[in-house]
Design a protein around this ligand. Structure first.
Ligand SMILES: Nc1nc2c(ncn2[C@@H]2O[C@H](COP(=O)(O)OP(=O)(O)OP(=O)(O)O)[C@@H](O)[C@H]2O)c(=O)[nH]1
Ligand SMILES: [Mg+2]
Length: 330
């Protein structure tokens, strides 16, 4: 079914996977239906989409009367991308947020100390990445709003507790609890081909508290219990070991590029504040970020970067590279 799908369809599909409100789902589904090639092979998918659209429409109507559902707790996106910290009780999620950002969450010896999601900004080189600390997930306990937040995050940081014997099992239970929903964890972010609505979010496994006695043994136990293929980082959030490598991997997982702008008369680009865009973005997209009218008014740009000669002339469809400097002419 992957044949003949337009870039607009794929973009809408990505938006649908990440939608955390019914309205966002509805908008993305409509584009998907519009962009779907209309032939025999896509009939089933078309009818699936139509059903989902009509369901979303009804839900929006109900929500207008009764107010939004409890699961629509939202934290506005900031920075180059968002990573959500998940884990069993006491795994060290809040300590990890405290060690990687300037946020000051409650870190406590007792479980269930975090009751509400809390964001913080992690500096990485010249950009910021949003991290969100969350209440724990167990086989019995999953805050309903967390699913929407997981779907709209760019990456999940799954925290495994290596200091307690129950750590490996608690981590396994979390993975299983989510696997019983349509919001699941995986090595890479995808939508299921046959079931639009089933979403997989790319996950990094953080084996935390490696400083504790028998930690390495518990990590082995976890591997036997739960053979997942997530990239793995062994850290101590408290003693701050392994965190630089983790921060780099969180940033890389966002799959963004940095683009610097330069004013025509300036000798240099603005190195202070890069724009961050998804890999595969074009010059027109960065122009739109600089000013909402610039995408249409753009005549050309001069580009400096690793893939082009200095001051090359480029048009709106030019594919940007990491660390390009662009001088927009409107
Ligand atoms: N030894 C050790 N202890 C840690 C580490 N990270 C966190 N802790 C301790 O583990 C306990 C729980 O840490 P939190 O960060 O509150 O855990 P949490 O995952 O946020 O817990 P909940 O919010 O209850 O789900 C605290 O006593 C922390 O000091 C670590 O790397 N090593
Ligand atoms: Mg906590």
């Amino acid at each position: 079914m992957a044949a003949n799908l337009t870039p607009q369809y794929l973009k809408a599909e990505e938006q649908y996977r990440r939608a955390s409100t019914t309205e966002d789902e509805f908008k993305a589904l409509e584009i998907m239906l519009r962009e779907m090639p209309k032939h025999k092979a896509s009939e089933k998918l078309q009818s699936d989409l139509k059903q989902k659209i009509s369901r979303a429409k009804k839900e929006i109507e109900t929500q207008k009367k009764t107010g939004p559902k409890a699961h629509s707790v939202r934290i506005p996106r900031h920075g180059a991308g968002t990573a959500i910290l998940l884990g069993g009780p006491n795994a060290g999620k809040s300590q990890l947020l405290a060690s990687l950002t300037r946020a000051t969450p409650v870190v406590a010896e007792y479980p269930f100390s975090t009751h509400a999601p809390l964001p913080g900004m992690m500096p990485f080189e010249d950009v910021m990445v949003q991290l969100i600390d969350t209440p724990p997930i167990t086989s019995e306990f999953l805050e309903p709003y967390l699913q929407g937040m997981i779907r709209s995050a760019d990456v999940v940081v799954l925290v495994l507790d290596l200091a307690g014997d129950e750590g490996p099992e608690q981590c396994q239970q979390l993975i299983q609890r989510l696997a019983a929903t349509k919001t699941r964890l995986a090595r890479t972010s995808t939508l299921d081909e046959d079931d639009v609505g089933l979403s997989f979010t790319q996950t990094l496994l953080v084996a935390n508290k490696i400083d504790a006695a028998d930690a390495a043994l518990r990590l082995e136990m976890f591997h036997e219990l739960c053979p997942v293929d997530f990239p793995e980082y062994v850290v101590s959030a408290k003693e701050r070991t392994g965190l630089a490598e983790l921060a780099t991997s969180i940033y890389r997982a966002l799959d963004v590029i940095r683009v610097y702008t330069k004013l025509p008369k300036a000798k240099q680009g603005d190195w202070e504040r890069p724009f961050t865009l998804r890999r595969g973005s074009t010059l027109a997209e960065v122009a739109a970020l600089v000013h909402k009218d610039f995408a249409e008014q753009l005549k050309f740009a001069r580009v400096w970067g690793s893939q082009v000669h200095d001051a090359s002339v480029a048009k709106g469809d030019y594919l940007l590279h990491d660390k390009d400097v662009v001088e927009l002419h409107v």
